[in-house]
Design a protein around this ligand. Sequence first.
Ligand code: GDP
Ligand code: MG
Length: 370
Amino acid sequence: PASISVKELAEVLGKKGSDLVMALMKKGQMLNINATLDFDTAAAIAEDYNVILEQEEEKDILETVFAEEEDDEKDLKERPPVVVVMGHVDHGKTSLLDAIRHSNVTKGEAGGITQHIGAYTVQIDGKPITFLDTPGHEAFTAMRMRGAQITDIAILVVAADDGVMPQTVEAINHAKAAGVEIIVAINKMDKPSANPDRVKQELVEYGLVAEDWGGQTICVPVSAVTKEGLDSLLEMIILVAEMKELKANPNKHARGAIVEAQLDKGRGPVATVLVQNGTLQVGDPIVAGAAYGKIRAMTDDKGRRVKKAGPSTPVEILGLSEVPSAGDSFYVAENDKQARQVAESIIAKNRENMIKETPQKVSLDDLFSQ
Ligand code: GDP
Ligand code: MG
């Protein structure tokens, strides 16, 4: 549980409730025996009694209902890598993503590039790579917090004329914590003040040692402006992806993550989702947090209507009852009724949690009537 009462904590510590209340009061913490403590507060108190409190992982309703069976090796097929671009502000994340997207657009598709669905797939020598087009690391952080591990590779953009900056370090920490492979793109190589060696030097401090310096980190000098090095960068992504042997089972109900979502005046809730396993189809009943519905229509990153989307494919979907949060997982249910019921139990649980989190006021009367 996310919270515990003083009384319950006393039991855990093998003390009388009233004794714990007194002990806390002596330390200046005026708490009623029925007051609820959040986990961190309870853990800090327990520590004073040399007891380590461990939080029991609360199983997500969705995780329970849609518990995933492990796929049979024979059902697994290669899937494209999912790549996120991270780095300090103004080091060229957006420019790089744009350059990659445009470099890959064939003339026939030119109209499609205006489409922005928060993620896109490019083909490199017939091999697809999916890029998450989310600016900054906020979305990425939100996704990690919700436990959705959706990226395989992080491109760390570092401007060659500026070097490692605070958000570069943040990005490194996020990627490492998520166990995501880092490829460094040393950007702005076209600038006269570009100094890639300084960047490599600075990265050493954060455990990223460039390959040509005897380390393991792939560093590719690039310029989003002149497009220099972009092909090498993409080749490196393919190479790393192949080494990781990324696979999924396209022949089952889909599950995945919400990349971004908003309310469209005409179309209702619109969500860009990334399929992680299985195949998503028009007509599928889905649940994403408290949002549910039957997929009415799907559009790919080129603005084309599609009926299906397999693993590592981003698509925009219509038909949800409300706007889900970026980072929420989505699941395809057995039928419409199950989707609705699961969403309803989540709504009920959210309401319950909200009531629990409302702070309790403790008056002196309460305190001394124990
Ligand atoms: P973001 O904040 O990381 O998304 O950075 P942007 O892509 O918005 O780029 C910040 C600024 O750097 C813009 O003025 C870009 O035109 C410029 N910029 C990005 N990449 C390069 C590059 O390779 N060379 C040069 N000279 N400028 C670049
Ligand atoms: Mg940007």
